[in-house]
Ligand binder design. Structure first.
Ligand code: 13P
Ligand code: SF4
Length: 303
């Protein structure tokens, strides 16, 4: 089937299954095109928690679909590509976090949504890149264990200096490898451009940026700005919405290496297969789900 036929079939199947398709901002263009909602991790988890429909096809990576299931156990949550994981989420385990908590008694554990259900279950509160600063500001304790992203932890620590942020040592394989010298070179080439980056980049890159925020915040910033040229420091999937919403503005990618291989696994064919065969269904052990939901609920309450 070609893409047009696939799109037609997906729409038919979606109606038949009473399903909704949600896609993260890093998905390939054609998947973003057929999705009912495209957004960042926070917007998508909020949407999935509130939408009154029984099947969610989550075009993203595993922890995102799992978060949707944690929040809405009565819904069927499908991940079209079962191997689409997030290496950063795999860098922290529940056991590791329990050990760290023992070493820092009294510290509050904040976990980035890029984490497994087991890790969320051992955490006090969850956050995403769009609300991490606000969440940390609202915690009354001074000592905060922040897992798994060391770069987001560092970003939050700089913005909320009165807290003692104790970072886990995880990182995003896509954002963390970008080098400051390469960013300086591209800034030199596109002198009149604003640099917008994701806080999963290293601190020295965030320091060179005009703005750091979640994928949605980057898209909103560029859309609302009077500026016309931007260097984009996050995964290339965001260019789809950026260009669509801003046809007269110019966007340069900070590095050609800004590609998340896991986000790129989902295709129109896999979305079609997902709806046709009702696969791959995400399930979470009930005891873990209930404890993980506490961390996500606290985030939704405070955001
Ligand atoms: P957002 O919170 O901006 O959606 O980012 C998620 C992510 O995985 C970034 O790499
Ligand atoms: Fe995980 Fe990085 Fe991919 Fe985001 S871009 S899903 S943090 S590997």
């Amino acid at each position: 089937m070609d893409n047009n036929e696939l799109k037609k079939k997906i729409i038919e199947l979606k109606e038949k299954r009473n399903a909704v398709i949600v896609a993260h901002n890093y998905q390939v263009d054609e998947v973003q095109e057929i999705a009912d909602v495209v957004g960042d991790s926070f917007a998508l988890s909020k949407y999935c928690a509130s939408v009154d429909i029984n099947t969610i096809v989550f075009c993203g990576v595993h922890f995102m679909a799992e978060s949707a299931k944690i929040l809405s156990p009565e819904k069927t949550v499908l991940l079209p590509e079962i191997d689409a994981g997030c290496p950063m989420a795999d860098m922290v385990t529940a056991e590791g976090l329990i050990e760290m908590r023992k070493r820092h008694p009294g510290a509050v554990v904040v976990c980035y949504i890029n984490s497994s259900a087991e890790v969320k279950a051992e955490s006090d509160i969850c956050c995403t890149s769009s609300n991490a600063i606000d969440i940390v500001k609202k915690i009354k304790e001074k000592d905060i264990i922040f897992a798994p992203d060391q770069n987001l932890a560092n970003f939050v620590a700089k913005q909320v200096p009165d807290k003692n942020i104790i970072p886990w040592n995880g990182f995003c394989i896509t954002h963390h490898k970008i080098k400051a010298e390469d960013v300086l070179k591209i800034k030199e080439i596109y002198k009149d451009s604003l640099l917008l980056v994701h806080p999963e980049c290293k601190p020295e890159i965030v320091e060179l940026a005009d703005f750091a925020g979640s994928t949605k915040q980057i898209i909103d910033y560029a859309t609302e700005s009077k500026h016309e040229n931007f260097i984009i420091g996050t995964e290339m999937g965001v260019l789809f919405k950026l260009k669509k919403q801003n046809p007269n503005k110019t966007f340069y990618l900070m590095s050609q290496g800004l590609l998340c291989p896991n986000m790129k696994k989902t295709s129109l064919q896999s979305v079609y297969n997902s709806l046709n065969d009702m696969k791959y269904e995400i399930n979470v052990d009930e005891d873990i789900r209930v404890r993980a939901k506490n961390a996500l609920d606290r985030m939704l309450e405070l955001s």
